[in-house]
Design a protein around this ligand. Structure first.
Ligand code: C2E
Ligand code: CA
Ligand code: CA
Ligand code: CA
Length: 275
């Protein structure tokens, strides 16, 4: 900082510089972390409400930083996207998830989040083809989660990418539905395997009639289009009961199971009995 008394402008500049330095440092650290293998995946179970059995797990990336400890994805995915490292990180995630799932004796599927920028900066179908092949994983056991915002840019080209993912046998899931620049035309133009209702609607639905109305509408949309709806962020038995009553097929959340490094290998016994 230069002179005192210049007021908030200086302070703003200073903070701005600091945050650029922070970003720059983080960028270097992400690069190092990839080399040093500091990223790891946790898996959160997804349950079918008809059978009360697990159908698969969502892979969620974490960073075990040598000094700063465990860093959640919200704090580094954005930086990785901005500095052009998301393609490399994303490929690591896909490869790790496929290799892990190939070892699960219960044969359940794995769901992987893909950043919009991975569509733009890497040949996603080629990356995924190689990952399933090298892992020896049946591509039918892999789901790719994308957000609506992914489709916003170069919509046509991205639709082509979704079609090739589908052609190689992977499932395509629309994530965080209802929070992005929602366009129902995406659901018209592409047959998604699943649509995930964003956690914020599930969180509020028992208190806010508006959220409940949106959840109900998405569920009937899914029924009409023949798409499985996944509800995420279920934290209570009341939320689960509400969704089951409305025939929401797939559910995920702390009430069903938290993300963890180990998956329950026990093949297909009812999850609810153990809750
Ligand atoms: P998301 O895809 O919507 O993932 C769900 C997030 O909700 C996860 O947070 C999960 O831990 C959390 N969650 C699950 N159940 C509950 C619940 O019952 N209550 C609450 N409060 N939270 C719950 P997480 O792991 O911190 O991930 C945050 C976001 O980071 C993800 O949101 C996703 O957008 C992104 N992300 C995570 N892993 C990856 C990845 O491998 N690649 C990319 N591109 N993005 C990722
Ligand atoms: Ca997701
Ligand atoms: Ca599948
Ligand atoms: Ca979400």
């Amino acid at each position: 900082a230069k002179q005192a008394g210049r007021g908030s402008v200086r302070e703003y500049d200073y903070n701005f510089d600091t945050s650029i330095q922070d970003r720059f440092r983080m960028e270097q650290e992400i690069r190092l972390a990839l080399d040093r293998n500091e990223f790891f995946l946790e898996y959160q179970p997804i349950m079918c409400t008809r059978t009360h059995r697990l159908t698969g797990y969502e892979a969620l990336v974490r960073w075990q930083h040598p000094e700063r400890g465990r860093i959640p994805p919200d704090q580094f995915i954005g930086v990785a996207e901005e500095c052009g490292l998301i393609a490399e990180l994303g490929e690591w995630v896909v490869r790790r998830a496929c290799a892990d799932a190939a070892c699960w004796s219960n044969g359940l599927s794995v769901s992987v989040n893909v950043s919009p920028l991975q569509f733009a900066t890497s040949d996603l179908p080629a990356v995924i083809t190689a990952a399933v092949r090298d892992a020896g994983l049946d591509p039918a056991r892999l789901d790719i989660e994308i957000t609506e915002n992914t489709l916003l840019q170069q919509g046509r080209q991205n639709m082509e990418i979704l079609r090739s993912l589908r052609n190689l046998g992977a499932g395509v899931v629309m994530d965080d539905f209802g929070t992005g620049y929602s366009s129902l035309s995406y659901l018209r133009d592409f047959q998604f395997d699943k649509v995930k209702i964003d956690r914020s609607f599930i969180r509020d639905m028992l208190q806010q009639p508006h959220s409940a109305a949106i959840v109900d509408a998405i569920l009937s949309l899914g029924k009409g289009l023949g798409i499985d709806i996944v509800a995420e962020g279920i934290e209570t038995s009341e939320q689960l009961a509400y969704l089951e009553k409305r025939c929401c097929t797939l559910v995920q959340g702390y009430f069903i199971g938290r993300p963890g490094r180990e998956i329950a290998e026990a093949p297909s016994e009812s999850v609810l009995e153990s809750l």
